[in-house]
Design a protein around this ligand. Structure first.
Ligand code: AMP
Length: 312
């Protein structure tokens, strides 16, 4: 099954306590596309300015990535800069310049219309809605967002949340959106809006899956000794999640079995962990399915515990 993604393609400037990198390939859709294309064809919907380096497009052309929905327009590419704290789960956004995204309206090429899996990566909620409306037959729709949109375009974001199946949010974003200090309470509020699943991203601590059917699953995180740059981990997570599901046959009722959804979350965690090992998408450039399988096996071992225990 092929995947459609809409989101930002950007040039990022990122500073950690140890290094700084300027104008590197970034953007939510870039991370997602690179990650998910390890599994299946990805159809990208985005816009870049004429200043966008061609080498990045050439990289995607050498992978199963369809660029028919990528517009190239006179003007500046989206730019974002951020600085990480010593605890790299915490960062400050220093600057966001929408550039050509300011006047952007996504048009879905005919060849994308049969995509079953849809990822609405981080971008203005109005644009996410425009894509959703052009893809009425998508089997599974997954939404990501960020603080900026929760604070500035909350009503539009709410409309998108009501229309999708799966929402990815960090703990902090759940508190901001629901105004509740309890994550579990906030998740229930979100599920009441009609979502099937909420995935709570916990940075270096893993991810939690909550289902409207009462499912709860805590996905382990891979213990990294060194984090170079966590930018894009959430988008790479989504790439692993939907990438995995794109190779899975849904059940007769069209839904994915819950065990497959859980495996998808584990794949998300694995790809998210790899992306942190280098700046930009660099670690993903050389990542293989064997690397993913090795980390999957280790996570099974790290998180297994026996249901039998001894009591006096
Ligand atoms: P993450 O670390 O998963 O939150 O994703 C970071 C990526 O999102 C960076 O590469 C940025 O270019 C991109 N980004 C940051 N702010 C925004 C925004 N307001 N809209 C869309 N993309 C953004």
């Amino acid at each position: 099954m092929s995947i459609l993604v809409v989101g930002s393609v950007a040039l990022d400037t990122v500073e950690t306590p140890f290094a700084k990198i300027e104008e590197t390939l970034g953007g939510a859709a870039s991370y997602f596309t690179t990650a998910a294309s390890l599994y299946s064809q990805v159809n990208l919907v985005a816009i870049v300015g004429t200043d966008f380096p061609r080498e990045h497009l050439d990289f995607w052309r050498n992978r199963p990535v369809n660029l028919a929905g990528l517009q190239i327009k006179e003007g500046r590419t989206f730019r974002w800069s951020a600085r990480y704290h010593m605890d790299m789960n915490v960062r400050d956004t220093l600057d966001t310049q929408l550039g050509v995204y300011a006047g952007f309206h996504p048009t879905i090429p005919d060849e994308y219309c049969s995509c079953n899996l849809l990822f609405l990566a981080n971008i203005q909620p109005e644009l996410q809605m425009e894509v959703l409306e052009q893809m009425p037959n998508a089997r599974l729709t997954v939404l990501d967002t960020m603080e900026l949109w929760i604070m500035t375009t909350r009503p539009q974001l709410t409309e998108v949340i009501k229309r999708v199946d799966v929402l990815l949010m960090s703990e902090e974003e759940i508190r901001q959106y629901t105004n509740r200090s309890s994550i579990v309470g906030g998740v229930h509020q979100l599920l009441d809006m009609g979502l099937q699943y909420v995935v709570v991203k916990q940075g270096s601590y893993g991810a939690l899956l909550f289902g409207a059917d009462g499912t709860y699953f805590s996905a382990p995180t891979y213990p990294l000794e060194e984090v170079i740059d966590p930018t894009g981990a959430g988008d790479a997570f989504a790439g692993g999640f939907l990438g995995y599901l794109s190779n899975v046959e849904p059940q007769k009722d069209g839904q994915y079995a819950i065990d497959e959804i859980k495996r998808g979350v584990v794949h998300g965690n694995i790809i998210g962990s790899y992306v942190c090992e280098d700046f930009s998408i660099d670690r993903l450039r050389k990542l293989t399915m064997d690397d993913i399988a090795a980390r999957y096996r280790r996570l099974v071992a790290y998180s297994h515990f026996d249901s039998n225990w001894h009591s006096r």
